[in-house]
Design a protein around this ligand. Structure first.
Ligand code: ASP
Length: 312
């Protein structure tokens, strides 16, 4: 049994392993680990108190995948509910759909009995949003931001392409060999309202198939969507490549993307035999893992593959 996660999963990895040790499924363990990250007010890239969009609203994306059935569930642009990974799992288990967005996701969360959180942002976060936007925006624009007819022009000014992004990834293999993956995020800080990243897009932000393995991503979601990054890695495993070869090829594929908005990408992956890895295009990044014979998790460096950065 093993749990692999992005490093900000450190607040949830023990709970995830505890679920496995008490006989829980890979899906249960993914959900348990991610919920703790979503509830962590100090993680500003996932769940409660994440970085809001340009309008100061927190919009959450999440997805979960069951590698034993290839079933998935996801929510995107969901406001007012902390545990988007649990709502995503309910979508998978309850509906004939795989992805709910915005109002529909919130309505479904209420129907499923999830508790609404009236204040998703702390006052410090609201002040930070205002202070950050006002570094670029005149006060009169900021004061009328909700009614700006050309909000799109502020996206590239206000987006901290490198700094204000992250996401949590969990990949788990349970005692029966089943693999599940999950991702949760608040997306880019100061994103255009309604922007959806890779995290709720199956095949982009994560993908799991018991027969081969799983992959999950953090980084510039638009790139993972364009290259189907998580599905690509699992497909390379299916084609017989080793985990290392599959991960390297998947990262290299991102260099084929043309256009202006090319930035950083990171992935974690696990193969069916329980081998794990982490890759990054930004040197020095780490990921974490814990097997059932370990008392605690280990944080280890990701392998670097260069992606040529082009921005704006
Ligand atoms: N992948 C996330 C997104 O694009 C953000 C990140 O992981 O940095 O929404």
């Amino acid at each position: 049994m093993i749990v692999v996660a992005s490093s900000n999963g450190n607040v949830g990895i023990q709970a995830s392993m505890d679920v496995l040790k008490s006989g829980g499924s890979a899906l249960d363990a993914v959900e348990a680990g991610i919920r703790l990250v979503e509830a962590n007010p100090d993680d500003h890239t996932v769940g409660y108190n994440g970085y809001p969009n340009l309008l100061g609203e927190l919009e959450l994306d999440a997805s979960i995948m069951d590698g034993s059935t290839l079933e998935t569930g996801a929510v995107a642009g969901m406001k007012d509910y902390v545990y988007s990974i649990s709502v995503a799992r309910k979508v998978m288990e309850t509906l004939p759909h795989v992805l709910l967005v915005g109002d529909g996701a919130e309505r479904f969360a209420a129907e499923m009995g999830f508790e609404i959180e009236p204040e998703m942002l702390t006052n410090e976060m609201k002040d930070f949003w205002e202070e950050r936007l006002k570094r670029d925006m005149p006060d009169d624009v900021f004061d009328n931001i909700k009614d700006q007819p050309d909000l799109s022009r502020w996206v590239t000014l206000a987006s901290d392409a490198e700094k204000a992004k992250s996401t949590v990834n969990f990949i788990v293999q349970d005692k029966d060999g089943n693999i599940a993956s999950g991702v949760s995020t608040s997306g880019w800080a100061w994103k255009y309202p309604g922007r959806v990243g890779d995290s709720p897009i199956i095949g982009a932000g994560n993908y799991a198939d018991n027969r081969y393995g799983a992959c999950a991503c953090t980084g510039m979601g638009e790139m993972a969507i364009r290259a189907s990054t998580s599905h690509s890695l699992v497909f390379y495993l299916k084609m017989g490549l080793s985990l290392h070869e599959a991960s390297t090829r998947t990262m290299q594929d991102l260099n084929d993307l043309q256009g202006r908005f090319i930035s950083g990408m990171n992935l974690v992956a696990l193969d069916q035999a329980g081998n794990h890895t982490g890759f990054t295009s930004q040197k020095g990044k780490t990921y974490i893992y814990q097997t059932d014979d370990m008392d605690t998790f280990v944080e280890t460096e990701r392998e670097f593959v260069a992606i040529k950065h082009r921005w704006g």
